[in-house]
Design a protein around this ligand. Structure first.
Ligand code: ADP
Ligand code: MG
Length: 248
């Protein structure tokens, strides 16, 4: 569904991505993983056409995302930016329905879709009338997910959707996301720096390092057949310390 050929991106002097060749298949969840600053968010923005590549081509369903093609594709790709990106001056409900109202949906159609999505992501009704700063971190992410799903997109791009949440909320949302992904059968690209989250939610995994694809394949490939010392260290660094007790 997404194809990248020889893609590079630089911001002034900063080379964020170099020589990316990737094919992200339909109806699968691909986890983009790697250290902070390795280019994960930039790659997601290129998939969405929010940023244009400096070199190479990004295609969505065979089309390069410029001009008309971009506008059409934009409505078929749901996006949850890092930190959720909800507008602070709009209630959760108005954030969710913003694009629908812009497209001329009736209030009844908006209300019906909100009800459906709130049930899917399990956001309590009372939360819908609150502003983002009156919601808990988990509720904000659920509202951001509703907004991304509003137009029933073919693809869903999620940038560290659970990054800022405490462990129990995170665990609940991981379980809910797994259920939502399997129920909706969409093409999902999920950015995370957490290997266990990638393993739990992703079928494919792409490890980025310093703006390049370091390893891509299944999660088992990465865990059992790391391509080199870096991939091996990346995996080892995320092993749980529970029960090892270096300080005892
Ligand atoms: P990640 O999401 O993996 O943490 P990013 O894609 O956000 O990484 O950033 C990759 C590199 O590009 C970093 O060095 C970052 O500082 C730089 N970068 C990202 N966005 C911009 C921008 N708009 N202007 C300049 N540099 C940027
Ligand atoms: Mg990022």
């Amino acid at each position: 569904m997404f194809e990248l050929q020889g893609v590079s991106k630089h911001y002034g002097q900063v080379q964020a991505l170099t020589g990316i060749d990737l094919n992200l298949p339909s109806a699968r969840c691909t986890a983009l993983i790697g250290q902070s600053g390795c280019g994960k968010s930039t790659l997601l923005k290129l998939l969405l056409g929010l940023e244009l590549p400096t070199g190479g081509e990004v295609r969505f369903d065979g089309q390069v995302l410029v001009g008309e093609a971009w506008i059409g594709a934009r409505q078929r790709i749901g996006y949850v930016p890092q930190e959720g990106g909800l507008f602070p001056h709009l209630s959760a409900r108005d954030n969710v329905t913003l694009v629908a109202r812009h497209l001329g949906w009736t209030p009844e159609a908006c209300a019906a879709r909100v009800e459906e999505l709130a049930a899917l992501v399990q956001l309590p009704k009372a939360a819908l009338k609150r502003f983002p700063n009156q919601l808990s971190g988990g509720q904000r992410q659920r509202a951001a997910l509703m907004r991304a799903l509003l137009l029933d997109p073919a693809a869903l791009l999620l940038d560290e959707p659970l990054g800022a949440l405490d462990p129990m909320i995170r665990f609940d949302l991981q379980e809910d996301l797994a259920m939502i992904f399997s129920e909706l059968d969409k093409t999902v690209v999920l950015v995370t720096h957490d290997l266990s989250e990638a393993a739990f939610l992703g079928q494919e995994v792409v490890l980025l390092n310093a703006g390049r694809v370091h390893q891509s394949g299944t999660i088992e490939d990465l865990l059992e057949r790391p391509v080199d010392g870096f991939a091996e260290r990346f995996v080892r660094a995320q092993r749980p310390h529970l029960g090892t007790g270096a300080a005892r």
